[in-house]
Design a protein around this ligand. Structure first.
Ligand code: ISE
Length: 351
């Protein structure tokens, strides 16, 4: 059975998701796209052969859509995810599920109380599907470096996106390191502190770079730098230092240019080429789970709520001069499960 997917938001990421789903994910087809900027929706519709809508609600309720991928602005996620739950349609929502803890909590509670069968919400923390992060996690679990002691991560963009601020740097970009830290270490983040190096002069809208200290329940201290106006290239790094060695992300296979007494390699301009496999593997895993009626292996609404709780604590620390802040306890709400037939079970919904 082919899963018919509607994509909400046809900006950079939405257009990319539509292309990947249409061209590189088996068992899926993009039947609808929506964007308030209707010309953008029509352009992606023309490229993919999908219908175009101006409203998210029309797409979500369309009889031509079995499942929804949300790549709209972060502030629109919660309302659109809620509409998917109301329509009983599985949804893959780009991170963050929502920038505010209350919005995430409401969605976790609504899903747990209103959905029979497999949870409907998946969240796009795609780095969990990045082969290099998966390899690092596997070696960590095998004890290759002994017990992990600390982790060093860098998340550097060429330029910041317009309309953001210091808080959205945390909830939109730094949220990746928040999620991947707990996922890699298999341990929740318990306390955080936020630090401000000297800020770059190229972006007056936010503190940039920012440094996070994340302490997980197993005692590991993770130090993260997020620099959205790094200029030199899109550069994501991660090294876990253990008792007998360290594990780190290998730089992507790139062409080295040896010329004129020099040796150089290029950086990507943004995240799409660096994480192309991760996006494709994540979408394939989501579609496969829908087609087989099995639970989604992607990050859950509860994972996303816990990540936004950490982001909120970092914002509290930012507003308290870098004081160490405890993260509200982890939330683990199990959605109800009940027998059902394959795809119907996944797409089913009650109450
Ligand atoms: C963007 O939304 C992403 O998800 C990228 O992976 C990240 O590097 C970037 O900072 C975010 O704005």
């Amino acid at each position: 059975m082919t899963v018919r997917i509607g994509v909400i938001g046809t900006g950079v990421m939405g257009a990319e998701h539509a292309r990947v789903l249409q061209g590189n994910v088996s068992g899926a087809t993009v039947t609808a796209v929506a964007d308030t900027v209707y010309d953008r929706a029509k352009a992606v519709a023309a490229e993919t052969g999908a219908r175009s809508f101006q409203s998210a609600e029309e797409l979500i309720t369309s009889p031509f859509v079995d499942a929804v991928l949300i790549a709209s602005h972060d502030t629109a996620h919660a309302e659109q995810v809620k509409a998917c739950l109301t329509s009983g349609k599985p949804v893959l929502c780009e991170k963050p599920l929502a920038p505010a803890v209350g919005e995430c909590q409401d969605l976790v509670s609504l899903e747990a109380s209103s959905v029979r069968g497999n949870p409907l919400i998946s969240v796009g923390f795609m780095r969990r599907f990045h082969p290099a992060y998966q390899g690092l996690k596997a070696q960590l679990r095998e004890g290759v470096i002994g017990q992990p002691l600390m982790m060093l991560s860098s998340h550097r963009n060429v330029r910041s996106y317009p309309g953001g601020d210091s808080a959205s740097t945390i909830t939109n970009s730094g949220i990746h390191e928040i999620d991947i830290t707990a996922w890699l270490l298999d341990s929740p983040i318990e306390t955080v502190s936020w630090h401000a190096p000297r800020s770059t002069s190229v972006d007056g809208s936010r503190q940039d770079p920012q440094v996070f200290h994340l302490r997980t329940a197993n005692g590991v201290l993770t130090i993260v730098d997020v620099f959205l106006n790094a200029r030199y290239g899109y550069d994501v790094r991660c090294e876990v230092v253990g008792e007998t060695g360290s594990l780190e992300l290998a730089r992507p296979q790139q062409t080295m240019v040896n010329q004129g007494l020099g040796r150089s390699r290029s950086y990507a301009d943004d995240w799409r080429p660096v994480f192309a496999d991760a996006y494709r593997l994540q979408s394939q895993a989501w579609v496969d789970s829908l087609a087989s009626g099995t639970p989604s292996p992607l990050a859950s609404a509860t994972d996303a709520l816990n990540a936004t709780r950490v982001a909120e604590a970092l914002i509290q620390s930012m507003n308290a001069g870098g004081a160490t802040v405890a993260v509200n306890p982890e939330v683990t709400i199990q959605a109800q499960s009940s027998p059902g037939s394959p795809l119907e079970r996944t797409l089913s919904h009650v109450h």
